[in-house]
Design a protein around this ligand. Structure first.
Ligand code: ZN
Length: 218
């Protein structure tokens, strides 16, 4: 079985995603860009409709940039097109995670972006988390809308659906998912007690520069 190390790392991270309650049942998915693959956009992704607690490293599906399986006969996640679109658009991204966490999904349902209300959100995610135009799950249209709304940041909300996070590693993508969920919760609480306020403009600019420098996007 090829890519053993990447399979083990991705599996342990999705198990943690499941334990944290960021998805329910077999929903959500995650992938990593494959190392030592002929195709630079090849990636390893969780399989469609299999429960996380009993998932094995061999059930993760390696696919190339044409979405053809590179090994085994597993069925890749139904949201693979959006993962592929992100790897094509963002050379800096090596891992993608998609969750249906409650507060981030509440914002996505309301069509409300998550503004930069917490310093940490700007430093680690790059600024306001935008809401992508609605697209039917699993389609090219959703993949295009998701990539456009993601921009150069590390998270995006999918209307009537959930969120996507991108990072250097699967563990870091999980950290972004958990952070966005926490800040979405804080935002909704703050709105209920008089209104959330954004971080001061000068701080936003400094934090945004820190984000771009760390991500190598300057
Ligand atoms: Zn989903």
């Amino acid at each position: 079985m090829a890519w053993k190390k990447q399979r083990d790392e991705l599996l342990s991270t999705v198990l943690e995603m499941d334990r944290l309650g960021l998805v329910s049942g077999t929903s959500g998915n995650a992938s990593v860009r494959l190392e030592k693959a002929a195709d630079p956009n090849a990636f390893l992704i969780t399989p469609a409709a299999l429960p996380y607690p009993t998932m094995t490293p061999g059930q993760l599906v390696p696919v190339n940039g044409a979405m053809e399986p590179l090994e085994g006969d597993g069925v890749p996640s139904s949201e693979s097109l959006l993962h592929l679109a992100i790897y094509r658009a963002r050379a800096d991204v090596r891992a993608v995670m998609h969750t249906h966490s409650v507060y981030a999904s509440a914002l996505a349902v309301a069509g409300r972006p998550l503004p930069p209300i917490v310093d940490e959100l700007v430093v680690y995610v790059g600024g306001q988390v935008e809401v992508a135009e609605y697209g039917f799950p699993g389609t090219e249209a959703l993949a295009r809308a998701g990539v456009e709304a993601l921009g150069d940041r590390r998270a995006v909300l999918l209307r009537h659906h959930g969120m996507f996070a991108v990072a250097d590693t699967a563990k870091e993508a999980l950290r972004v998912c958990a952070l966005v969920e926490r800040v979405a919760h804080i935002f909704i609480c703050a709105e209920a007690i008089g209104g959330a306020r954004e971080v001061p403009a000068a701080s936003f600019e400094a934090e945004r520069r820190m984000y771009l420098e760390r991500a190598g996007l300057t």
